[in-house]
Design a protein around this ligand. Sequence first.
Ligand SMILES: NC(=O)c1ccc[n+]([C@@H]2O[C@H](COP(=O)([O-])OP(=O)(O)OC[C@H]3O[C@@H](n4cnc5c(N)ncnc54)[C@H](OP(=O)(O)O)[C@@H]3O)[C@@H](O)[C@H]2O)c1
Length: 284
Amino acid sequence: MRILLLGASGYVGGVLWRELSQRHTVVGTCSARPVPGLVTLDLRDRAALRGLLATGFDLVVHAAGLVDLSAAEQQPELASELNAGSVVALREAVRGSGTRILLLSTDNVFDGTADQYTETDTRNPVNVYGHTKREAEDALLGEDALLGEDGHLIVRIPLVYGRSPFADRFMARFASPVTRAQVDVVCAPLYLPSLAPALEQLWDRTGLLHLGGAEVMTRYALMSRIVDHLGLPTEVVAVRNDEAFPVPRRPARLVLRSARHDLLGPDLDTALADLAGSGPADRP
Ligand SMILES: NC(=O)c1ccc[n+]([C@@H]2O[C@H](COP(=O)([O-])OP(=O)(O)OC[C@H]3O[C@@H](n4cnc5c(N)ncnc54)[C@H](OP(=O)(O)O)[C@@H]3O)[C@@H](O)[C@H]2O)c1
């Protein structure tokens, strides 16, 4: 399969690039942070995007955009342009070509008031990032998300954890002497290396899919278990969501479950064993 991976220099994209390149022909893109082997592309440069697509792809995996919650809150127009505007342009550019789009979306399209969320649950984002991802989903699949008539696919994923080769944002937080983590924010996090094989199992489907992690836990429990298991030199300090960070609202409970398939990421023990066996030097 010939794949265009938008955002290959990012946290999620770096691992997708490393894994998918082993089994497919992957052209990966970067933007502000040049990475050898990746093509530099600004999502706002529509002519460059069209030019790249004209070289022919079976699938575009869209893992690029403005993901940081605080940055999105501070720059809502930019977040909308990158996260949603790019999808409008992409969908238009592939129209009639047979190229399918797989958009990575987020559990932040939900408000966090339900026990868990499946594909048919109603979205109600509470932060700018979530709003722009809802816009992006609508731009790709419109009202008929479950039908996915154009052959496109959205995969919503939760908080992702693990190492990444280029932008190791998740592990970087443990470099500080103190790691603050919420005791009242619940998630079902997904181990990053499990994402590429799961996407390969799912990407023949169309429409909207959820992909969750197996275990439900607080962010404090997740960070503590990782720090303990790896013996990292940081103290995990419990904070409450409303005092945690000068950031926008983070939904209190986000558990993604699927009504369309049985796949889940590995449990935490399995993921931690793998994490301990991999190192920062695991580069493509
Ligand atoms: N991380 C998570 O826990 C998580 C959870 C749920 C969903 N997701 C979804 O997964 C996807 C990837 O997230 P991430 O955490 O990997 O984000 P990230 O580390 O911030 O990576 C963002 C990527 O987008 C690229 N990018 C930024 N501005 C761009 C522009 N103007 N033109 C072209 N590319 C641009 C970046 O390139 P440069 O760095 O080279 O500028 C980078 O490759 C997103 O769709 C996000 O919604 C992530």
